[in-house]
Ligand binder design. Structure first.
Ligand code: FES
Length: 125
């Protein structure tokens, strides 16, 4: 296998030797794909502002499973056959908001809003 292939918000992506092996999913979506909706603060798995959804092969069932991940902790080179969804892939004012986004906004659950995308992606999973 010479390239790692995966999807981000439905778009096929691949990486190889052009990225360092310690490049995180967070760095890839923000710096390479320019998807800045995924935020960061601690970069050590503590704050949750970087959470994205990932659908990945499940070696136990042979099927696929959907999990929320702290994108600051996961290497992009470990994402073979993953489907990653960021807050941009969930919904927006043009395409319509996801019910989780709408509920958070309607019930004033955003506070400053910085880490709201991570909350939404954790609840969406
Ligand atoms: Fe805080 Fe990832 S940046 S958990």
């Amino acid at each position: 296998m010479d390239r790692i292939t995966f999807k981000v918000n439905g778009e096929l992506c691949s990486v190889s030797s052009e990225v360092d092996s310690d490049t995180t999913v967070l760095e890839y979506v923000r710096d390479t794909l320019k998807l800045h909706g995924t935020k960061f603060m601690c970069k050590e798995g503590g704050c949750g502002s970087c959470v994205v959804s990932a659908t990945m092969p499940d070696p136990y069932t042979g099927g696929r499973r959907v999990v929320s991940i702290n994108s600051c902790l996961v290497s992009i080179t470990s994402c073979q056959d993953w489907e990653i969804k960021t807050i941009e892939g969930l919904g927006d004012r043009r395409t319509g908001y996801h019910p989780v986004q709408r509920a958070l906004a309607e019930h004033s659950g955003t506070q400053c809003g910085y880490c709201s995308p991570g909350w939404v992606m954790s609840m969406y999973r």
